[in-house]
Write a protein that binds this ligand. Structure first.
Ligand code: 7RM
Length: 633
């Protein structure tokens, strides 16, 4: 099976068209062929079993496999044990590590034994709250090896965001470190965990990696990572999992309510991430691939860990930030490790483009072959800067549109195969059928029009449910347009069928590439004693893509001196600094509909600098408020 590993590699535009046609006309045949690139202990009873309206989605049911085996052992059996699997570059320059597939197997097997000796069994949830150290990837793969469900929480989240996620999935274990390095800062990760665990009864074991030599003493019953490793053997046979057994949970914030724990499957997720990684990035056997995301986001799960390793690739992990020790760090790393594919976010590109080109031009970037972006729409200026200064006008740029929920890249060009177009994600991936709806919910075929994006048929890596709340999963994603998946984004389609993503249609705001729900942040602001009500909207921002603008009504206007910093502190503490608004405007009231709903459409316009031109506001409960807010903006 493994011998034909390059057979799924698409080389020409015509081949893309043929394969695409096949993938929508006969999805089952198409995906079963791609599934044959993986190693299964037992074949499926049925390729797919789908009722989209009920959000009932199963792929390769009855088939057996293990994710960690497919990411590691399989390549070793194929003779690639000495190939480099992971290159890790530390926050501090001159600190790096290389792991071959053989070494990765040893590390992952040993840590799988640590999980087992701490009573972790198939199906148990393990929370991973670690900086971007190699042990993070090892922990993820070790969970997969024993069949435990990993829930990675980005190590920039606050203690209350962490405890909410631990409790939602009833995690039995948390893996963390004594601290982390981020640029010239040291973050005391362990005390955030201590704070979170005060509210978590479900956690039985805490295992702590020594990352910063902090010298802290652990609490009773907590264990050091290396002490645990010293006690175990270094071989652990991979657990046999069903294709539909959950591989992981990853939380995403929504516009309302608590974060949604998206549950991803084992088989379908792997089939899709393996196939899309290979073709989107045109990955060849000896390439060095680098995605700058954090493994705490879906991009890191699918395109640092699973997609690359399933292809036997060399994947890079970076612990630091693009600005440390200076704004040339990314390019220094590209030169040092001779990176061939480089995948980052528009927000990083915009931030780096603000600085002198010397930071780029000092380095030899001739190894680069393919560039990618993900996370938010990329503006033309940033696209041009990336193309000219990083790609030297010779590297295709893949602008990849997808979501935590979709598991893998959905709309993109294929490097060296299909044409890119600045600001357009361009064409659907194999098996993905995008459609556009007008504001009345009618699907339309015309081109050169904006619409609301829908997806017509399930693909193997779509999330299967929201952990513990299938009803909510159905409501959020499958009820807006029955029979379609509703991603919540708007899109424009040009005359050649290229898609440009225009942003969120609901109240989720993407700040610096992080998908933030406004409602939970408003909830926090409203917790301030002197706040009556607040509304948060996004507005375009040069660097962050979008920034947050908060409109806040105070109870007592005489007590407003410290209000901005108090609100910011509250938000940092309960959600994280990323959710702090760029601007806070104190207002006498908020525009409301007669049923009492805040009219965010109007606030969005004010945040963008609009002075009049609000359309018909006579239907508002309080039309006079609009002028007052504009005056104070
Ligand atoms: C992978 C990821 C998902 C939301 C999505 C979009 C926005 C992502 C692009 C994009 C325009 C892109 N997962 N988005 N990629 N918008 N062009 N190439 O980001 O769950 O965190 O966010 O991000 O709005 O719905 S996510």
């Amino acid at each position: 099976m493994y011998k034909d590993k390059n057979k799924a590699h698409i080389r020409t535009e015509n081949q893309y068209k043929e394969e695409y046609k096949k993938s929508v006309e006969n999805h089952d045949l198409f995906w079963s062929e791609k599934a044959n690139r993986l190693n299964w202990y037992k074949e499926w009873d049925r390729i797919s079993d789908i009722d989209f309206e009920k959000a009932h989605i199963k792929w390769f049911e009855g088939a057996k496999l293990n994710a960690s085996y497919n990411c590691i052992d399989r390549h070793i059996e194929n003779g690639d044990g000495d190939k480099c699997a992971i290159i890790w570059e530390g926050n501090n320059p001159n600190e790096d590590k290389h792991y071959t597939y053989n070494q990765l197997l040893e590390e992952v097997s040993a840590f799988a034994n640590v999980l087992k000796s701490n009573n972790i069994k198939k199906g148990d949830r393990v929370c991973i709250y670690l900086p971007m150290v190699p042990e993070l990837a090892v922990a993820v793969l070790a969970c997969a090896r024993v069949g435990a469900i990993h829930s990675v929480v980005f190590a920039g989240f606050s203690s209350s965001a962490l405890s909410a996620r631990i409790n939602d999935a009833s995690c039995k274990m948390i893996l963390t470190s004594d601290g982390s390095f981020r640029g010239n800062k040291i973050i005391d990760l362990k005390s955030i965990v201590d704070e979170a665990l005060k509210d978590c009864d479900c956690v039985d074991s805490v295992i702590v990696l020594n990352r910063i030599n902090s010298g802290i003493t652990l609490n009773k019953n907590e264990k050091w990572w290396n002490d645990e490793l010293d006690k175990v053997d270094d071989y652990f046979p991979a657990e046999i999992m069903d294709s539909e057994d959950p591989l992981f949970i990853l939380y995403t914030s929504g516009s309302t309510g608590k974060p949604k724990g998206m549950v991803h499957s084992s088989g379908g997720y792997m089939v899709y991430t393996a196939y899309s990684f290979k073709n989107v990035f045109d990955y060849d056997d000896d390439d060095i691939y680098w995605c700058t995301a954090d493994i705490g986001w879906i991009t890191g799960h699918s395109y640092i860990v699973y997609g690359p390793l399933l292809n036997g690739a060399t994947t890079m992990m970076f612990e630091g930030v693009p600005s440390y020790p200076d704004f040339g760090r990314f390019w220094e790393i590209c030169e040092k490790h001779k990176v061939n594919q480089f995948y980052t976010a528009p927000t990083a590109i915009r931030a780096l483009a603000k600085h002198p080109l010397d930071f780029v031009n000092k380095y030899d970037l001739s190894s680069l072959k393919v560039l990618g972006t993900v996370g938010e729409p990329i503006n033309e200026e940033a696209w041009n800067w990336y193309n000219e200064n990083i790609g030297k006008n010779k590297c295709p740029i893949v602008d990849t549109w997808w979501q935590t929920e979709t598991g893998g890249i959905m709309i993109t060009s294929l490097a060296n195969v299909t044409k890119g177009k600045p600001t357009f994600a361009t064409k659907p991936m194999m098996g993905i059928q995008p459609v556009l709806f007008d504001e009345n919910g009618n699907e339309f075929d015309e081109n050169n029009k904006n619409g609301i994006l829908g997806i017509k048929y399930p693909w193997p890596s779509i999330a299967r449910t929201i952990y513990g709340d299938h009803e909510r999963y159905k409501n959020v994603y499958f009820s807006a347009y029955p029979g379609y998946y509703f991603p919540g984004d708007g899109a424009f389609r040009d005359e050649e069928g290229n898609y440009r993503i225009t942003g969120r249609v609901d109240d989720v705001v993407i700040v610096s590439g992080h998908n933030l729900g406004t409602a939970p942040i408003e909830d926090v602001i409203n917790m301030h004693d002197n706040v009556v009500e607040s509304a948060l909207v996004g507005y375009p921002h040069d660097i962050k893509g979008n920034a947050l603008y908060a409109f806040v009504i105070l109870k007592d206007d005489s007590k407003k001196d410290d209000i901005n910093s108090e609100i910011n502190q509250l938000i940092s503490k309960s959600i994280g600094p990323i959710a702090k608004p760029e601007k806070i405007q104190l207002v006498p009231g908020l525009p409301k509909t007669r049923s009492g709903k805040i009219m965010r459409r109007i606030l969005r316009k004010i945040a963008c600098g609009e002075k009049d031109n609000f359309g018909d506001i006579s239907t508002l409960l309080n039309p006079e408020i609009v002028e007052q807010i504009v005056k104070g903006s």
